[in-house]
Ligand binder design. Structure first.
Ligand SMILES: [Mg+2]
Length: 278
């Protein structure tokens, strides 16, 4: 039996994957981005960043496809993307939004309650100014302003491990999670990137028939995205080391970190005929 050609979709993480880990540039990926565009393969951003951080980047990529924000907290689908109304989505500012995360106000209320018992031990972005977030993260104040526009995930700094493990216990009792990512810990609901990828994949299938997903990421928060991909691609850290802890059949290791590794991996996957490197 012959199978019909499947629609190819590319889901990508940003920092350390499509974007350079230090400069946040995607310049070296441009030839592969053009090849995807030429072949009309949708590029879907799937990031821990907020919608406010993703939107300017989407504009500079001239990307009009759906995207996933805050580690799968929400799927943003521009109006007109699909031929049907998305079940359970809310209409907001030109998008149909499928909210998978716990709303930020509820996360903040939970944190405030905890802080009333244990003052000053844990602080979130909501307790900080743009300037403080900029200083702590090495961001510009403008970038910190966008990063503070949280909808489904609160980054937290903890003074001591005891406070953090108590917070973790309480979060889990509510069915929520604390995910540690480098310096900040994140308070969030039960969603992850994988759930958001699955939902969006279902929409593409309903609209266009069978799909084949290429997924690219570099960190532990990308593992759920890679597990939902037909062709998972892991990128190394800038020092060349791959994040341990994922073992998937067919996992492809990119030949280098960031946008240059991304470009080579995409060219390898979409075929040599697309590799006109103008
Ligand atoms: Mg990353």
């Amino acid at each position: 039996m012959r199978t019909a050609a499947k629609t190819l979709l590319v889901f990508t993480d940003l920092d350390g994957t499509l974007l350079d880990a230090v400069t946040y540039s995607f310049d070296e990926a441009r030839p592969a981005l053009r090849a995807l565009e030429k072949r009309r393969i949708p590029l879907i951003i799937c990031s821990s960043k907020t919608r406010a951080e993703i939107e300017p980047l989407r504009r500079s990529l001239r990307n009009r496809h759906p995207f996933i924000s805050e580690n799968g907290g929400a799927v943003y689908v521009p109006h007109g993307t699909f031929s049907f109304d998305i079940p359970h989505a809310v209409d907001r500012e030109g998008y149909e939004v499928l909210e998978l995360g716990v709303p930020y106000a509820a996360l903040r209320a939970f944190l405030s309650e905890f802080q009333a018992e244990r003052p000053d031990r844990v602080r979130g972005f909501g307790d900080m100014s743009d300037e403080e977030v900029a200083r702590l993260c090495g961001f510009s104040v403008e970038r910190a302003r966008l990063a503070r526009q949280r909808e489904f995930d609160e980054p937290i700094l903890a003074d001591d491990d005891a406070a953090l493990s108590l917070l973790k216990q309480k979060a889990e009792a509510s069915g929520w999670r604390i995910v540690s990512g480098g310096r900040f810990h994140h308070l969030l609901g039960p969603h992850d990137k994988g759930l958001a990828v699955r939902r969006l994949k279902e929409m593409f299938v309903r609209d266009q028939g069978p799909v084949r997903v290429i997924g690219l990421g570099d960190g532990p928060n990308d593992f759920p995205l890679l597990r939902e991909s037909d062709i998972p691609v892991l990128l190394p850290a800038p020092d060349g080391a791959f994040e341990p802890g994922i073992d998937l059949p067919g996992l492809i290791l990119a030949p280098g970190p960031g946008p240059a590794g991304w470009r080579e991996a995409v060219f390898h996957l979409i075929g040599p005929e697309a590799s006109g490197r103008d």
